[in-house]
Design a protein around this ligand. Structure first.
Ligand code: AMP
Length: 162
């Protein structure tokens, strides 16, 4: 979808994938099988589209789900990570007691663009004691330097690169 949410942005809309049972199942199956052998304890998903995908992957793997939310949404004590946007900053939060120390966590989001959101979420999970073992995306915008911004010691996997 061109020029959404603002002029010059080509928005990669996930809604048609989600409404197609076969496509949705395919994406969840690929992401689940990618991470099954790592035996993660949790899947973490980034609000909001990362919730839809991450929760389905967690269910498929038979493990718990951790929401990484925008500022001010979580009810209990949180850790916060702030990151730079093109103009200004944004923040992500997670409950301080979201994981046991050393628990293996796979982080899922729909799309990797500049990498700011995913690298902040990864840092946040590490702050609360997680061992982040994988970063999984459906889509990656390969013309942006998102990968360079991600931690080098965790594999980033995307199903589709534009
Ligand atoms: P970034 O922090 O720049 O890597 O942006 C990634 C986050 O913003 C993800 O949670 C995406 O859902 C969203 N996002 C950024 N750019 C796009 C885009 N072109 N189409 C759809 N979602 C996007």
């Amino acid at each position: 979808m061109p020029d959404f949410p603002k002029p010059g942005i080509m928005f990669k809309d996930l809604t048609t994938l989600l409404s197609n049972a076969e496509a949705f199942a395919y994406v969840i199956d690929i992401l689940s099988e990618k991470y099954r052998s790592l035996e993660p304890a949790y899947v973490a998903g980034i609000e909001a589209r990362g919730f839809i995908l991450g929760a389905a992957v967690a269910y498929k793997l038979g493990i718990g789900f951790i929401p990484i939310r925008k500022k001010g949404k979580l009810p209990y004590k949180v850790e916060r990570q702030t990151y730079d946007l093109e103009y200004g900053t944004d923040s992500v939060e997670v409950h301080v007691d979201a994981v046991e120390r050393g628990a293996k966590v796979v982080l899922i989001d729909d799309l990797l663009a500049t990498g700011g959101t995913a690298s902040a979420a990864c840092q946040l999970l590490r702050t609360v004691g997680a061992d982040v073992v994988g970063l999984g995306f459906v889509t990656e915008l390969g013309f942006l330097p998102g990968r360079q911004r991600l931690p080098k010691d965790v594999e980033a996997f995307s199903m589709l690169t534009f």
